[in-house]
Design a protein around this ligand. Structure first.
Ligand code: NDP
Ligand code: OXD
Length: 310
């Protein structure tokens, strides 16, 4: 069994250690090494592989994504169409995202930015404490990550709504779907979180039209992909005062150009695409399990639907 690891950001040595602990018979190569006999490669484990490289492996049994989002794989015009592609679904990844979202929702709900500013001025002041039961939180994307973030927020009694492509039910969450559902969730979301996959349908969804439908003083948290957001539209919405703040973990170009206006904008908080990082010790169990499934003649879990793009 031969696997080629293709990632500029994930730590190959850790992945090799944890995967070989699960699958001692696995031959682990780090691209571009180990690819001199491409026809012998069974699996690629990839994050943003260079276009055209995966197509060189003619006998692949599966393409295993190192991330939950597969936009960095499906953008390859030469991607083989007949090889199953599996998204990463992992306990640590899911929990990390719920932690990040809970942290920033609580930060804005409890006005921690205002407290930091007033304390820096030695100004001892208390703001009225809002009730979570009165605070509307909207989550775009009710999949693995959005559903768990919703669960974490309902534990604080926030009024949580979620939006998906198909109709859903989630305990304690008001669920919307489709174009009409988008209008409804946007109109009530004081804190709006984007956890959608990047597809043709969701690209640039966070734009002037959507911001205009959000309540006054609302907050945007984007931890999905940079291309969901129209950067200039966000700056306009923040500068007009319609949106009060934005938390951005993902960007069109990462890291953004040093001249990008986001860096210095007083209402924008940036984090370096770390809302949830893949943890090899945990995620390797899932990858190994998927390889075992394929070796048994089954399909891997969490198969990508190329028509939907996620
Ligand atoms: P899932 O595939 O499990 O969930 C995607 C959700 O989005 C589903 O509920 C789906 O609806 C919904 N959706 C997709 N397209 C549309 C549409 N056109 N209209 C309405 N809803 C839509 O993905 P995950 O939750 O695992 O991950 C979500 C994204 O989070 C990833 O694609 C990635 O971009 C991002 N991410 C970011 C990280 C970070 O550190 N910043 C870390 C990990 C992931 P339905 O259920 O009906 O199919
Ligand atoms: C992912 C990510 O998609 O880290 O997993 O962005």
């Amino acid at each position: 069994m031969k696997l080629v690891f293709m990632s500029q950001v994930d730590k190959a040595s850790l992945w090799e250690k944890h995967l070989k602990a699960e699958l001692p018979e696995l031959e682990f190569s780090i691209w571009p090494e180990g690819t001199e006999n491409p026809d012998e490669v069974d699996y690629v484990l990839a994050w943003k592989p260079p276009a055209g490289e995966i197509a060189k492996f003619k006998n692949l049994k599966a393409i295993l994504s190192l991330g939950a989002g597969v936009d960095g794989i499906v953008c390859d015009p030469d991607l083989p169409k007949n090889v199953p592609i599996s998204r990463l679904v992992d306990r640590c990844l899911t929990q990390g995202m719920a932690e990040y979202i809970t942290y920033w929702v609580l930060h804005h709900h409890r006005r921690m930015g205002d407290y930091a500013a007033s304390m820096a001025d030695k100004n001892w002041i208390n703001y009225l404490q809002a009730d979570t039961e009165e605070r509307n939180i909207g989550i775009l994307g009710l999949g693995e990550l959005g559903s768990d973030a919703a669960r974490a927020l309902t534990a604080f009694n926030f009024k949580v709504s979620g939006w998906s492509r198909s109709s859903k039910t989630r305990d304690g969450v008001t669920c919307f779907f489709g174009a009409d559902g988008l209008k409804e969730i946007i109109a009530q979301s004081e804190i709006l979180i984007c956890l959608l996959p990047l597809t043709d349908e969701t690209e640039s969804i966070l734009n002037t039209d959507l911001f205009a439908q959000m309540p006054e003083n609302s907050v945007l948290i984007n931890c999905a992909r940079g291309a969901h957001l129209v950067d200039d539209d966000l700056i306009t919405a923040l500068d007009s005062g319609h949106l009060s703040a934005a938390v951005l973990d993902v960007f069109h170009v990462e890291p953004p150009n040093p001249n990008h206006p986001f860096w210095d904008h007083p209402k924008i908080t940036m984090t370096p695409h770390m809302a949830s990082l893949t943890v090899p010790s945990s995620a390797a169990l899932y990858i190994a399990d998927n390889i075992r499934r394929v070796e048994r003649g089954e399909l891997p879990l969490n198969l990508l639907d190329l028509d939907k793009g996620y």
